[in-house]
Design a protein around this ligand. Structure first.
Ligand code: MN
Length: 199
């Protein structure tokens, strides 16, 4: 089995907000496992060799006997690749997405409050997303487990992983602190690119 793509930065690049050990386990163990299970499930199907988004956007076309495995592990594979990409220290929120956030929520701080409230309310394992919905509007949504926002036709531009494995080593049960830390490591440049591509 091949390896999932490497992190786009070194393991300690997000210190002190996300610690090196968490990044190693999260990427090398969790992300890798999702990737391996997904790749092995689609071997010999029409989805072999295609981008994982293809399967997640067409779950109804995935053979029934592997659909749950693809939803969970294809989701886990895609979501982590996405998540690594939108993380970086010291990027300020500017550009078209900053304007759109202000238009929708009044201020960046209000958006952060709403996003945090959503992320705090995820019961069990899941993700909070900022997506561009089918009306081309920004929306904060939750998905449970590894269910994907792209399976329901929205376009994600920002996410936070609130599975305990994403923060437990450093923050234990203090999810609120992890979410506050997350706001320091959003790569708004990439979020802007995703936002403009989604429109
Ligand atoms: Mn995770």
């Amino acid at each position: 089995m091949t390896n999932v793509e490497p992190l786009p930065y070194v393991y300690d690049a997000l210190e002190p907000f996300i610690d090196e050990e968490t990044m190693k386990i999260h990427h090398d163990k969790h992300h890798q496992a999702y990737f391996e299970k997904y790749m092995s499930a689609v071997t010999g199907t029409e989805f072999e060799g295609k981008d994982v988004t293809n399967a997640l956007q067409n779950l109804d076309k995935v053979p029934a006997q592997i659909r749950d495995v693809v939803r969970n592990n294809g989701g886990g594979y895609f979501h982590h690749s996405f998540f690594w990409k939108i993380l970086k220290k010291d990027v300020s929120c500017t550009g078209p997405v900053a304007d759109a956030i202000t238009t929708k929520w009044g201020s960046l701080d209000t958006f952060k409050e709403k996003f945090k409230t959503n992320a705090m309310s995820v019961f069990g394992s899941g993700w909070t997303w900022l997506v561009v919905n089918e009306k081309k509007e920004l929306e904060i949504v939750t998905t449970l487990n590894q269910d994907s926002p792209i399976s329901s036709g929205t376009k994600p531009i920002l996410s936070i992983d609130v599975w305990e494995h994403a923060y437990y080593l450093k923050y234990q049960n203090r999810r609120a602190e992890y979410i506050d830390a997350f706001f320091n490591i959003i790569n708004w440049n990439v979020v802007n690119e995703l936002y403009q591509a989604a429109l």
